[in-house]
Design a protein. Structure first.
Lengths: 864, 291
């Protein structure tokens, strides 16, 4: 293969996808558009339009959809668009935008008008895509095996050896069925002459299928009539094929096989999609730290021990999968994973090293390789690509720098957009292998809904394939269409404000209904438990419980304090609520207030301090920070909780964030916000109590909540007992109010609060869900249900709890009927203090027994 | 020359390690000028899993996993190696460097695909114009390849100061170049980076060096160290070694263990631990000449 043959050979590929414009001469297939919906629709002159032929008539495959729109009119279409955005918000469909700290999660942008592709055209695309996936897979198999393509010069050695994505440790690993690409996606666009081109190949982690599924969910609901009438091909069959293909890969028998999806974590841009797909496909979503390798087998770390993993569907770049062999600067990943793969004990999808052929430089070799490897012409051409590693290509690029798009050939840190032409030229000449240039793509335009009218917007399409396990591929009938916000947009990026569309492939015949969730022919084994909970998630649920209760206790204490502030009080002195404020001080919301005597005589300054403790996001321990922690934790457990829980917590954070913009904040307004926060927290805790099954996730959430509540109660009771004003009924009323026991107290005693009665109710009454004893008893119950490492000895946490319990059960509040001078040294005071000290130890014991994700460290690199 | 080499590596961890995975490349390769008559590798505690294999570059490696709680890891190797005297490469008559660089510009003949792999950037070595400029002082027009390489070796030796405190394995080459200080590993990386910046293939070599006691003093057991140098591909003789740390062309006193693109491909012992906290490592190497 000479340079001359290789260069730009994309242009003379004979079998092209037939363009619609060629069939446009067939008059019966076209329909004259109605004036009113399309009055604002301007067909761009330089581009292919997906809706209108050159003569201005509507393509047949859009006719039914347009007809439907005309029937219900622009106003209804606008209403349905609003409904679609509501769907997106309600289902929490989001996309993470890098570098955006506040509101990192953005609602997914969905255009309600589906992108429709004619069935015969789709069939040709399918054939071309299957050929391409097969070809790329064969190239990978050769590069990681015999390397005949390099030796026989079908492939330039530099393309493989010079690429950081060629993972040498993965060379020679035996891959089942030689299937490297279990998943493949391609970005397609259509040129002005109506031909489809591949703009990029996605082989490392082909993302987007989950968003395509989410788009389908929303679009089919807002356009049910059109969806039905067009007999749109369903997507479920594709995902069923995914399930079957991955199950077949398992080294163990298929019925025992455990498939997990490996995620980089909630901060990844497509985390929503990962959680969504994992849930849809029924796979556990895990992070690297959830997995461990023992005896060359991969295991999931769960609360009740290690569970074997057979197949890993990875959404993590391959060089981040094993810090031992796939060297990068991080220690993310699963040490020993490559060796486990090498031993055939676990299968990765896609195979490690698959990112290699994602390089655009490969595109210029594909026509030749296709003939050589498959004995066929390449059916679906790539956008014209020149890899500067080749002499003739390099010369062409240097001569045409102004009209070509220069890109890094390999995954790199290079930032070409910021480089001037002269500098770029110098760099290309110094290290030509690192650069490719591509023809600028003039995207076709598709009808889209913007500002209440149909407009033509540049569109590109990502399509998805899965290996069927028998050496072939299956194409998802549909895809993720993306549109540019501007009519002349050249690049579409969801990172930069693009929007997306559902993609419809209409069928001439009624389509088959498939669902993933059950198969009617098989007997389902009934289950009362879900998958075992990974330790990391147990940790997150525990802290979600703790923080929700911390927010609750903080809000209650601050509300009671604010309600009692009265600037008109004589001398500006504070009302008797020092124990409340000391509790907030001890627990970190009002740090250092005891050391500022001037505060205690200045009600206004104190009020400002209280407001800061609520709203100041920069202040450690403020309610606002707690709410942010809550939201962060909610994100970490999002694939295990309901959308309702997520929404409730988001609202709490939003509410606390709002007043930060207004300059003046009155105590009265703050009380209003605290009331709303408490309502939100009540909703969250109610959802947890009523909507979560009594499995491990709920158990850890509730343990966190109980423990935190006990901490605040003990701190408050201790501070009260030490206070010189402990007997002051107005202080005791405030204490009762904070713990929500005023009504109970009044109904029982019908008199002014006294210390023994109040302490009996809050400390020792095990029927009162806000008493210390109640929390301890709940914790004991939880502990009895936790998985145990050893049955013969009590766990350290259990011992701590038993101690607390026996002390509290022996305590008697009547002891406090004596003179107040003795209270500090009373047995009851000691019990409260001991319990307060024991609770953090209990938290540590739980972490040591159940969370224990020890840190990972590296040795050896650096010592010679 | 025959050698008996003992290489002992001891890790002591501040906190217990519950599981660890390691890769060791400690077994000297057999080459045209080097034979290995015996090799043993002992690991304490006894690994739950231990597998020997050959890596992508043909080096012998040992993968092992320790799954019991431990706070110490000791690795001891013992090798018997014979190093043949080499015929010194005909430095003056070697091919001009430009012709060699041209051979490794696309399209490249399949016969030299093996050395071709060592022209490219690797994780720790990135070619740059700056490095090319530095190298060009040794590689004037039509300079025979090995004359240029010998001169580059001398200049690195003279321009850079050996200073074990100046760098770590993570120190980037740019910093080494700026500080003009480093250890054998940095100098080998620097030489390779210079050569690759000119489009010439160069390899990183890890191994051992026989050290000679000062005149009249006895040889100190265990006072030797692991060593690193580089080799360059020259049409005709093939790979030719240069040691910029000592300004010599390795002959009978360099024992080769493994080679790769850079240190990352051949690090003697690499490991990932769960737990462990901070650790200290003690390495002792003894290169004992026999007979």
């Amino acid at each position: 293969m000479s340079d001359a043959e290789n260069i730009n050979s994309d242009h003379d590929q004979p079998p092209m996808i037939q363009s619609q414009s060629q069939s446009a001469s067939n008059d019966t297939s076209l329909k004259t558009p109605s004036e009113n919906l399309l009055s604002g629709y301007k067909r761009s002159t330089g581009a292919f339009d997906e809706l209108l032929a050159a003569d201005g008539r509507i393509f047949q495959h859009y006719a039914k959809l347009l007809g439907e729109f005309e029937e219900f009119g622009a106003a209804e279409l606008a209403r349905r668009t609003d409904a679609s955005q509501r769907f997106v918000n309600e289902h929490g469909i989001t996309y993470n935008v890098y570098g955006d700290s506040r509101g990192m999660e953005r609602p997914w942008q969905l255009d309600p008008i589906p992108f429709v592709i004619a069935p015969d055209e789709w069939r040709q695309l399918e054939t071309g895509l299957i050929q391409r996936a097969t070809l790329l897979n064969k190239i990978l198999a050769d590069c990681y095996g015999a390397q005949d393509l390099i030796r026989s010069r079908w492939l330039s050695p530099a393309l493989v050896f010079g690429q950081p994505d060629f993972l040498r440790p993965c060379h020679g690993i035996k891959i089942p069925g030689d299937t490297f690409l279990h998943f493949y996606a391609a970005d397609l666009s259509r040129s002005p002459d109506g031909r489809w081109w591949v703009v990029s190949d996605r082989t490392q982690i082909p993302t987007g299928a989950g968003y395509a599924l989410a788009n389908r969910l929303v679009t089919s609901r807002i356009l049910p009539e059109a969806f039905r009438d067009n007999q749109v091909h369903r997507l479920a069959g594709f995902f069923l094929a995914v399930q079957n293909a991955l199950a077949q890969l398992a080294p163990r028998q298929a019925d025992k096989a455990r498939v997990v999806m490996l995620t980089p974590g909630p901060h990844n841009e497509t985390y929503f999609e990962q959680a969504y797909l994992a849930r849809y496909l029924g796979y556990m979503l895990v992070e690297g730290q959830d997995l461990t390798v023992r005896d060359n087998l991969v295991f999931l770390k769960t609360l009740s021990g290690l569970e074997r993993v057979d197949v890993i569907l990875r959404r993590v770049d391959d060089d981040f999968c094993d810090p031992l062999e796939l060297i990068n600067n991080s220690i993310l990943g699963v040490p020993g994973l490559v060796e486990a793969v090498r031993a055939g004990n676990v299968v990765m999808a896609n195979a490690l090293g698959s990112g290699l052929v994602q390089s655009p430089a490969f595109m210029s070799f594909l026509p030749g390789l296709c003939k050589h490897l498959l004995g066929e012409e390449l059916k679906l051409p790539s956008v014209a690509t020149w890899w500067c590693g080749q002499k003739a290509a390099r010369e062409h690029v240097l001569k045409n720098l102004d009209r070509l798009v220069v890109k890094p050939a390999f995954r790199t840190h290079l930032k070409i957009a910021e480089v001037e032409a002269a500098e770029l030229k110098r760099r290309i000449e110094f290290d030509p292998d690192l650069f490719v240039a591509q023809e600028r793509v003039e995207l076709s335009t598709a009808p889209s809904w913007m500002k209440n009218s149909l407009v033509a917007r540049p569109v590109s399409l990502r399509v998805f394939l899965v290996a069927d396990g028998n050496g072939g591929y299956r194409v998802m009938p549909g895809g993720l269409a993306r549109i540019s916000p501007d009519s002349d947009g050249k690049f579409i990026s969801m990172q930069r404000g693009g929007s997306s569309k559902d993609t419809w492939i209409p069928s001439a015949t009624p389509v088959e209904e498939i669902t993933l969730l059950h198969s009617t022919r098989q007997n389902v084994e009934l289950r009362r438990t879900g998958n075992n909970l990974p330790s990391r998630l147990a940790d997150n649920f525990f802290w979600l419980g703790r923080y929700s209760e911390r927010a609750d206790a903080t809000s209650r204490l601050l509300r009671s304090a604010l309600l009692r502030f009265n600037p008109e009080r004589a001398g500006g002195a504070l009302p008797p609520l020092a124990p409340l404020l000391q509790t907030l001080e001890t627990q970190g919301q009002l740090p250092g207030i005891s050391d500022q005597p001037e505060l205690w005589t200045n009600a206004e300054a104190f009020e400002a301090e209280l407001l800061a403790a609520i709203f100041d996001a920069t202040r450690p321990g403020s309610l606002r920070q707690t709410a942010e922690q809550l939201q962060r934790l909610a994100m970490l457990v999002r694939d295990r909780t309901s959308n309702d829980m997520w929404r409730v917590l988001s609202q709490i954070d939003d509410r606390l964030a709002t007043p930060a913009t207004s300059l003046v904040m009155l105590a009265g307004d703050a009380v209003g916000v605290l009331n709303q926060t408490l309502m939100g927290l009540a909703a969250f805790q109610g959802l947890a109590r009523e909507n979560m099954t009594r499995a491990q996730a709920w158990r850890f959430l509730d343990m966190g909540l109980r423990l935190e509540r006990a901490v605040y109660l003990c701190t408050l009771l201790d501070a009260t007992l030490r206070s010189p004003e402990a007997e002051n009924p107005s202080l005791l009323e405030a204490v009762l109010e904070v713990v929500d026991c005023s009504i109970t107290f009044r109904s029982r005693y019908n008199l002014v609060p006294t210390v023994p009665a109040v302490f009996d109710l809050i400390l020792l009454d095990d029927k009162n869900p806000r008493s210390v004893l109640f929390q301890i008893k709940q914790l004991v119950k939880h502990f009895d249900k936790l998985p145990k490492e050893r049955t013969d000895v009590a766990s350290p946490g259990k011992i701590i709890l038993e101690n607390c319990l026996s002390h509290l059960e022996r305590a008697d509040a009547r002891e406090l009927a004596s003179a107040s001078a003795d209270w500090k040294t009373s047995a009851l005071a000691r019990i409260i203090q001991e319990t307060a000290r024991a609770l953090p130890q209990l938290s540590d014991a739980i972490a040591a027994s159940y969370f224990a994700h020890s840190t990972i460290s590296r040795t050896g690199r650096g010592e010679i | 020359m025959d050698y008996h080499i003992t290489h002992r590596t001891l890790y002591e961890y501040a906190a217990p390690v519950s599981v660890s995975h390691h890769v060791a490349r400690l077994e000297p390769r057999a080459t045209a000028t080097q034979t290995r008559s015996s090799f043993s590798l002992q690991i304490f505690p006894e690994p739950a899993l231990r597998k020997a294999r050959t890596d992508y570059f043909g080096n012998q490696l040992c993968f092992f996993a320790i799954q019991e709680i431990h706070s110490k890891l000791e690795i001891i190797t013992s090798s018997r190696v014979t190093v043949q005297p080499r015929n010194p490469a005909q430095t003056e008559s070697s091919t001009p460097w430009e012709s060699v660089a041209e051979m490794f510009r696309d399209p490249v003949s399949p016969e030299i695909i093996e050395p071709y792999q060592f022209v490219f950037d690797s994780p720790q070595i990135r070619a740059s114009q700056e490095l090319a400029d530095y190298a060009r002082e040794s590689f004037g027009r039509d300079t025979p390849l090995l004359v240029g390489a010998r001169d580059l070796t001398r200049r690195i030796f003279e321009d850079f100061k050996f200073d074990p405190k100046a760098t770590t394995v993570a120190t980037p080459l740019e910093e080494v170049l700026e500080k003009r200080r480093g250890v054998c590993q940095d100098f080998a990386h620097l030489g390779i980076a210079c050569l690759r910046s000119l489009g010439l293939p160069a390899r990183y070599v890890s191994g051992y060096l026989r050290t000679r006691p000062p005149a009249g003093k006895p040889r100190l057991v265990g006072a030797d160290a692991s060593h690193a140098w580089f080799r360059i591909f020259c049409p005709g003789p093939g790979w030719v070694d240069f040691d910029p740390t000592n300004n010599v062309q390795p002959a009978e006193e360099h024992i080769l263990v493994a080679y790769g693109r850079d240190y990352g491909d051949v690090s003697p012992v690499a490991g990932i631990l769960t737990g462990g906290g901070s650790h200290v490592v003690r390495v002792s190497v003894d290169v004992e000449p026999l007979g």
